[in-house]
Design a protein around this ligand. Structure first.
Ligand SMILES: [Cu+2]
Length: 498
């Protein structure tokens, strides 16, 4: 069963200021702290916005950040710190890394945990040696060691970082963080000329996670059973930015840019905001050419969506970000799925309207370069088959389990089609490192949403999804199911782009 969310009274914790564009106290319970525990501070109404990690390099076009992975007993909102919690820089999510397209990002990573780690920069098209994937997985950062990641950030949008080893354990326990990359002409960019492009009254990164806690101890539930490995692990507590009880202040009429990412092990989030009209303005690979209205947004593990809304209501009103149940297994199949959150809808966080007027900011969609393909290309790079063996309790790609999945060899710098066929009765979000792609068909039908760059996309049960990529980034790239139990179980392979 779902765990109760912390009781919360709306006492006058915060003088409503709405968004000022100034750094806020988002994740204030833990940001920047190097304490070894989190005292379970009561929820407060947070200002809307974010505080980026300190940039250690004063030079322009260069961002330098320290990132230390360690044990950290964080409170997911139950009031009980997690003895086996983990965090980057003593914060869940880890510190928000902010840069502008073309900047050089240097991250000094230290591994203070007792297991080998790599850091993967999910969605960023960077050199393979810095990706935390194929080559580094063979030579990971050992306990007590460090590694300097350095790369130029190529694309505006919302990304995230996480370990690429033992993800079902390490990400579940708190090792993930957000990345915002601004376009050069966008609000927030270094040296931006005040164009207003991409500027909302409030820019709000929200990492939508769940965690499975023991109902008695409220500690992380014991290690996965084989059933979890096969079906994916659904949690019994929903968290936004690492807490189940977040309240964020807004003003009536304020335009909010929600940058949504799903770091959950297996849960698909299907979200809406009560009484608010959502507008989807960006996806995994950046801003959309054509934003579109949506009543709710489905976000598979690993995916991101950038979504705006303009708050309607009166001072004192509150409305919640809700999650609708999404079933991972097809109806009527062999597997009966149990979701500890139940079969209905659950609140994940609350917006509270204060008094005052927002900055008069009209949302101006930032420049983008959406892909132009309308269908498959002549070149077929590969046809993948995803499968599950219920009896054997295994998940596979092309009939094999990593590292035995045959390597896919393709030519780089060539528009290439890939087909991903899901033979199983379960959804599998398919993530490819290093190169973005566009979904051009699902079971032969063109998508109804506008062209968009993706790096993670749900492959529905017994369906075939057709992707096109320009393969502009050469290297050895991991691809895998982003249900973390599946990735850890070997639903993963390597694509060599020559
Ligand atoms: Cu999967």
């Amino acid at each position: 069963m779902a765990l109760p969310r912390a009781a919360f009274g709306l006492v006058g914790v915060l003088a409503f200021g709405g968004c000022t564009g100034q750094p806020s106290n988002d994740a204030a319970d833990s940001s920047g702290s190097t304490d070894s525990s989190d005292s379970g501070t009561p929820a407060v109404i947070e200002a809307c916005g974010y505080t980026p990690a300190a940039d250690l390099d004063p030079a322009a076009h260069s961002v330098e950040v320290d990132l230390r992975a360690s044990s950290f007993a964080w409170d997911p909102g139950t009031g009980v710190p997690l003895d086996e919690g983990m965090a980057f820089a003593g914060s869940v999510p880890g510190p928000l890394i902010e840069a502008t397209v073309g900047d050089t990002l240097r991250v000094h990573f230290y591994n203070d945990l007792s297991l080998p780690l790599t850091v993967h920069w999910h969605g960023l098209r960077i050199p393979e040696a810095m990706d935390g994937g194929m080559s580094q997985m063979m030579d990971p950062v050992q306990p007590g060691d460090s590694f300097d990641y350095e790369f130029v950030v190529p694309d505006a949008g919302f990304y995230w970082y996480h370990p690429h080893l033992d993800g079902a354990t390490t990400i579940e326990r708190g090792l993930y963080g957000p990345i915002i990359i601004h376009g050069a002409d966008e609000a927030g960019a270094e040296g931006a000329g005040g164009v207003g492009t991409g500027k909302a009254d409030c820019d709000l990164p929200l990492m939508l996670d769940d965690i499975l806690l023991d109902e008695d101890t409220l500690q992380v539930a014991p290690p996965d059973t084989s059933m979890n490995q096969l079906m994916g692990r659904l949690g019994n507590l929903l968290m936004v930015n690492g807490r189940s009880d977040r309240h964020v202040a807004l003003l009536p009429g304020e335009t909010v840019l929600m940058r949504l990412a799903n770091p959950s092990n297996a849960r698909f989030w299907d979200v809406y905001v009560e009484g608010q009209q959502l507008q989807v303005v960006g996806t995994d690979g950046g801003w959309l050419g054509e934003p579109y209205a949506a009543e709710h947004v489905l976000i598979a593990p690993g995916e991101r969506y950038m979504v705006t809304f303009t708050a309607t209501g009166q001072p004192g009103d509150s409305f919640r970000l809700m999650n609708r149940r999404f079933q991972l297994h097809e109806e009527g199949g062999d597997m009966v799925e149990y979701d500890p959150m139940g079969n209905g809808e659950n609140p994940a966080m609350t917006f509270v309207l204060g008094e005052g007027a927002p900055e008069a900011t009209a949302w101006v969609q930032p420049a983008s370069s959406p892909p132009t393909w309308t269908g498959p290309t002549e070149v077929l790079g590969h046809h993948w088959q995803l499968s599950e063996d219920m009896a054997g309790g295994t998940v596979a790609i092309d009939g094999e389990v990593y590292p035995n999945v045959p390597v896919v060899d393709v030519m780089g710098d060539m528009d290439t089609t890939f087909e991903v066929e899901n033979l199983s009765e379960m959804h599998h979000p398919f993530h490819i490192h290093g190169n973005n792609y566009m979904v051009v068909a699902v079971n032969g039908e063109a998508p109804t949403t506008p062209p968009a760059w993706k790096d993670t996309f749900d492959i529905p049960p017994r369906s075939t999804v057709t992707l096109v990529s320009d393969l502009s980034n050469s290297g050895g790239w991991m691809y895998h199911c982003h249900i973390l139990e599946h990735a850890d179980s070997g639903m993963m392979g390597v694509m060599m782009v020559e």
